[in-house]
Every structure is written in C-alpha cells, then in structure tokens.
Design a protein around this ligand. Structure first.
Ligand SMILES: Nc1ncnc2c1ncn2[C@@H]1O[C@H](COP(=O)(O)OP(=O)(O)OP(=O)(O)O)[C@@H](O)[C@H]1O
Ligand SMILES: [Mg+2]
Length: 502
C-alpha cells in the first residue's frame, strides 16, 4: 500500500504539472486531527453566501438558524460555483467526505484557477473574500437587544432577545440637516478604525440625546442601531448594584454595539458628587485613592465616578466600535462632567416637529407628499405651534382610515391649541400696532366672544382652512396676530369674569 500511495503521489504531481489549472484547498479545520476551526473556511462560506449567486448553481443547501430571520445558502456537496476577480475566472467547489468509522464529515472548499493567476491574484483575492465575508456577516447577522434585568449574575449580567425595532432614518421625522449630520457622524465613526488607531483614541463615540418626551430619542437609537447593524445594550442603571457590577457588565458587551442608558438624570443621583458631605479627615496617612474608595463604599450604589469610569476609564477600551448613548429630558440636570466633550461627543437636541419633519410623518402615515392644508400647517408651526412627533403621529394614526383632509385638519387644530396655550401662559404685553390690527380684524371672532367668552375653543374647533383669513401682506405674521388677538380677548374675558366674581 505504501507503493500505491507513492505512485498516487507521482500521478497527482504529474497531473498538476501538465494541468493548466492550479488548486487551493481550504479545509474546515486546521491540522490533521482538526480541532481548530479554520477562519478562512467560514469566510469562504459567508462570501459565497453573500454572492447569492450560489442560488443559481444547480444545487444549494438552504438553512435557517433558530430564531433567525435570514436564510443561508451554501453550496451543496460537490457543486461548483464560478466567480471573477480582476479579470480572472475562479471556481469554488465544496467537498464533503465522510470519515471512515465515524459520523463526522470532512469538509473543505477547493478553489480552482488558471496557473498564472495564482501568483497574480491569489493573496489579493483571499483578502477580498475575507473582507466581503466580514461585511456580509455584520449586515446579515441577527442583531440582539440585551438588557440587564437584575436576574443575571456577574458572569452573565445580560439577557438577550432578537432586536427587531423597525425604526430607520427614513421613518424618522427629523430636521433634514440634523439627520444628515447624524448619519455622516455615524458613517465616519463606522469607517474610522484606522483613524482612531492612528490618533491613539479608543474606537468609541458618545451621543447625548436630549429633548422633551415623545420627540424620538428612543426611536433615534433604534434607527442608529439599524443603520450601523449594531447590537443594543439597554442598561438599566437602577438595577446595577455597584460600580464593580457596572464594570462587569461593560466587559461583557461585544464589539459593534450601542450601549444605552435612558433617562440618565433619573437613574442616578448625579448630584451626589457635589452634595456629598465632606469626608472626615483621614486619621492616618492614607492615600487619597483609598479614601475615595471608602467614600464610595458608603453607598454601595453606582456612583458618578463609577459611571465616568464606565464611559472613558481604561476598561471602556476593552472592545472596539462601541457607541454610548445617554438620553435625558432635561440636559441641565445632568452633571456636566458626564457630558463634557470626549465623553459625549455629540449632543443632539430633539425638539418639537418642524415642517419638514411633519411632511415626513404625513408621508409615512398617510402616504401624501402634498396637500392644500400643508401651507396652513407650515404657517401654524412658524407661528409657534409646537407638537412632538409622537403627538402628531398619534393624531395621524387616529385618522388614518378617514379623509386626509380631516386628519390634517385635526393636526391644524392641535397646533393652534398649542399656540394658544403657550401664548395664554405667557403674559407678554401686546404692542400698540397689534392692538390696531386686532381692532381692524374684528369680525367673526368678536361674535364668538360675545357668545360665551370661549373664543379660543371656537377658534380651535373651526380653524380657518383657507387663505380668506390671511391678509395679503404677510401670512405668518397675520396668523400670529390673529391668535394673539384671540388670546388677548380670552384674557380679557377671564379678567372680566374674575372681576365679576370679586
Ligand atoms: N422623530 C420621530 N419620527 C417618527 N416617529 C416618532 C418620532 N418621535 C417620536 N415618534 C413616535 O412617537 C413614539 C414615542 O417616541 P420615542 O419613544 O422615541 O420618544 P422618546 O423621545 O424616547 O420619549 P421619552 O423621553 O418619553 O422616552 C414612537 O413610537 C414613535 O413612533
Ligand atoms: Mg424614550
């Protein structure tokens, strides 16, 4: 049998010598006994999957992992698929051999190419394969949403569920300039590997999202995760018992992930650092460090300094491609140390809906890009109508089976109510000129006032929906004046009523 093997070897060598082709084998496992997984094998598998051309070859194996939403295609055993690279043609074959006396199989890919191509392109081609595979893996893998629900131990503090939030940048109603800025920032972060290494910074970035409830902070986080194909770690700070648990949680997070701490000002008493009673003077010559750690030991909760270490201490660099996002409704309540630049690199204010953002919502919810009422809505927003995207989407959902006119009219009413409420709460004096305009504009409103004094409600329930109420000079100003006039009348009515009561 030794002779046979020798002859076989010679025969193969001879064949190789005269064959115009060259072959490269990529086994699934390294070494003879096969214990180490060969990374390249997996890359080739992903690469062929990414080409999707595998689907066109005669036989493919299709599989789906449990809970996954993606099908994965692989070449069936002994099937061949063709690829091209810088003008060369290459053929991949998947080999599956059964191992004698065992249930296991020996798998490998064979790459066939013309002999001259081997020296010319092989190493570039394999780099290309690895690169495409990595890209494909990060795009197609199922992402996870992790949370520290308090049941986990230090070994595994996170529990995961599939992350399938549908928010994307195209469904998000945002000021277009802000949206572009955020996207550009995320993109340059995602491609910044070399940059961060070159300048000696940890490859991470912090975003502070602030703004009133319902302006899309959580939705933006989901859109960011979907945009970059990152996992999300939703950290519930109140469930973390102490700083060391915080660190343990940090270490367990994977690369390419967003770590979120919502309502940062509510989850931690961030003033504790400033309002802490002065520590008793150290009795002996203790080092400053140990005094600090004693102070922290007092309250075994997570402290501000623990959180600062979390965001940019040495341990925060234990991985790469991390984004940390804090959200808050009141930026002023957050300790400045926590959000100084370098920790939170970009501060994003999400506020009430501007007109472009409204148009985006109207398109998403009603499927319309233009409508007669749009100009009225634009004017009302300019005149100070402030509704959050959440409030507007709520109105649009409520009316989604009705006429577009009714839905938009409801938005106009809500905007006017918000203007009226804001103005009514302020006690800005009216200017002379406005008084005059108001006087000259007396009309239906006056009648309404005479009726019962609830002029504002009349106005709000019957918003003027065409240009008839707008003078020719300046639309938005007239709107504002009109509203202010009404408020003034309402204030007067209230005053009269109060006087009457007195
Ligand atoms: N900018 C937006 N674009 C589209 N939809 C939005 C936007 N903002 C809010 N919404 C809608 O309003 C709902 C609430 O938004 P979200 O949870 O993102 O607000 P939030 O800012 O995180 O509020 P909170 O401060 O209360 O956590 C979402 O379900 C979303 O559909
Ligand atoms: Mg939220």
């Amino acid at each position: 049998s030794r002779l046979l093997r020798l002859l076989h070897g010679w025969w193969e060598g001879l064949k190789d010598f005269y064959s115009p082709n060259s072959y490269v084998e990529i086994p699934e496992f390294n070494g003879y006994c096969g214990v180490d997984m060969n990374e390249l094998y997996r890359s080739v598998q992903l690469y062929l999957n990414s080409l999707h051309a595998a689907v066109h070859s005669r036989r493919v194996s299709v599989s789906r992992a449990k809970n996954s939403s993606h099908l994965s295609y692989t070449l069936a055993p002994d099937q061949t698929m063709e690829d091209t690279f810088v003008g060369a043609r290459l053929w991949w074959t998947h080999n599956v051999d059964s191992v004698p006396d065992s249930l296991e199989e020996k798998r490998s890919f064979t790459l066939k190419m013309k002999k001259p191509d081997r020296t010319r392109i092989l190493s570039d081609y394999l780099d290309h394969v690895a690169h495409c595979a990595e890209e494909y893996d990060s795009r197609s893998r199922d992402r996870k949403l992790y949370t520290n629900n308090g049941h986990g131990s230090h070994d595994c503090g996170w529990t995961a569920v599939p992350f399938r939030h549908p928010a994307t940048f195209s469904t998000l109603a945002l000021d277009p300039e802000l949206m572009d800025a955020i996207k550009a920032d995320l993109e340059s972060f995602g491609q910044g590997k070399e940059f961060y290494h070159r300048v000696g910074r940890a490859w991470k970035r912090g975003y502070l999202l602030h703004g009133p409830p319902g302006t899309g902070k959580s939705s933006l986080i989901a859109a960011m995760a979907n945009y970059l194909h990152y996992d999300v770690y939703d950290m519930e700070l109140t469930k973390v018992t102490d700083n060391s648990e915080l660190r343990a949680l940090l270490i367990q997070t994977t690369n390419k992930s967003i770590i979120v701490i919502e309502d940062i000002d509510c989850s931690l008493d961030l003033t504790n650092r400033l309002s802490k009673p002065p520590a008793a003077p150290p009795r002996r010559l203790e080092s400053r460090r140990s005094v600090e750690s004693l102070m922290e030991a007092d309250d075994s909760r997570v402290t501000l300094s623990g959180l600062l270490n979390f965001t940019d201490g040495l341990w925060s660099c234990c991985g790469e491609e991390r984004i940390i996002v804090f959200t808050t409704n009141h930026k002023d309540n957050v300790d400045p140390a926590l959000i100084r630049s370098g920790r939170m690199d970009m501060h994003i204010l999400l506020s009430t809906c501007g007109f472009p953002a409204f148009k985006c919502l109207a398109f998403n919810y009603l499927g319309i890009e233009e409508h007669d009422l749009f100009s009225i809505i634009e004017q009302s927003i300019q005149a100070g109508g402030a509704l959050t995207p959440a409030e507007i989407s709520e109105i649009l959902i409520k009316h989604k089976h009705q006429d577009h006119y009714l839905a938009l009219k409801a938005v106009v009413s809500a905007l006017h109510l918000s203007i009226v409420t804001t103005f009514a709460q302020s006690d800005e004096p009216f200017e002379e000129e406005e008084e005059e305009v108001a006087a000259s504009n007396k009309g239906e409103e006056q009648n309404a006032v005479v009726d019962n004094g609830e002029v504002v409600d009349v106005f709000v329930n019957n918003p003027p929906v065409n240009d008839s109420c707008v003078t020719k000079n300046s639309r938005s100003l007239t709107w504002q004046r009109r509203v202010r006039y009404l408020i003034k009348t309402k204030r007067l009515c209230e005053q009269r009523r109060l006087n009457h009561l007195l």
